[in-house]
Design a protein around this ligand. Sequence first.
Ligand code: SF4
Ligand code: SF4
Length: 364
Amino acid sequence: MKSDVYLIKVKTNALEARCDSLQKLLEKVNPFRDYKKDEFIPIKLTIGDSQCVYNIPPELVKIIVSDIKKTKAKPFLFDTNVIYKGERLNAVDHLTLAQSKGFGYAKVGASFIIADGIFGQDGKEYAIDSDYIKKIKIPSFIGSLENLLVLSHATGHILSGYAGAIKNIAMGMVSRPTKQVQHSSLKPHVIDKKCTACGYCVKICPANAISPLTPPSPQRGEGKGEGYVIDQTKCLGCGECLCACKFYAISINWSEDHAIFAKRMVEVAHFILSKFKNKFFITFGLDITKECDCISTKNELIFSENIGILASRDPLSIDKAMIDLINKDKDLFKETGLLDTHKTMFDYGYKKGLGALDYNIIKI
Ligand code: SF4
Ligand code: SF4
């Protein structure tokens, strides 16, 4: 059976016009009509790294919050902490960053909550009977509320190929142990002949898993070794060093590891979504960058033209539709050097009942 995916095309970079388009989409689709007075409406989003300028802007989020408030329901924004270094590693810095990026109540009209506690460890644990994930830890409010709204920014991603709704849920709605488990097959190694011993990956690694291979050498300069090595027992598999190394000297076994990563994400997303009765997904195909909002900087490569805003009740269809629209004329993911992990995610997601691969595009 096909799922409905609503599309409003947006080609402009002007924020005001983007806001108008979102407003029009909400008016036509009316996705919040069943929300009840006083019920909490969790809105999942990411505010992006401190340097990222392409995350979903607070002005667009405010429009959604205002629309929900017309139903007298109580929306709140939430995210979880990340597992790599930066200002979203703990709830204190994460909340400060949210305020500074405009995601405070004063600007958006809803509170922003870090759902997995100060250090990303809080949550409720479940045993699950899946092929790749046996245990899952998720914020404890999941299971107590009926509705879920997921806002995603469509981007590329070094491991998942495409980062949209499914990745947003699988990585962004779990506590730290489940983030690590999903990454656990991704244990990178240093390619000796490419490593320049710049030492940058050492600063990035959250697990202190990377160290010089030999003691510092005068020829290399102070603090630099002859090469670097990753301690597989300490590595969390977060993939940060893969992005950080500008010399392509860090690699994983791409052919196997990323497929398992995709399947784990599907199993986690499927479990989380089973805890909500009413789900709705809005994905912004605007400023589509090669790296996701956790990494991207002001200089991040935008590899596709603006597509517009998609909305659906089906997470698989909305992700598939966005990629099909991006790749309308040619495979831009391949051209940009991104992996096709999302293909495994779609096939496995369909097999697991996450959603439909066929969809009707309803143009607004
Ligand atoms: S960032 Fe790359 S080149 Fe620099 S030390 Fe690490 S592996 Fe070597
Ligand atoms: S993937 Fe890289 S950055 Fe992440 S923990 Fe392992 S070695 Fe460190």
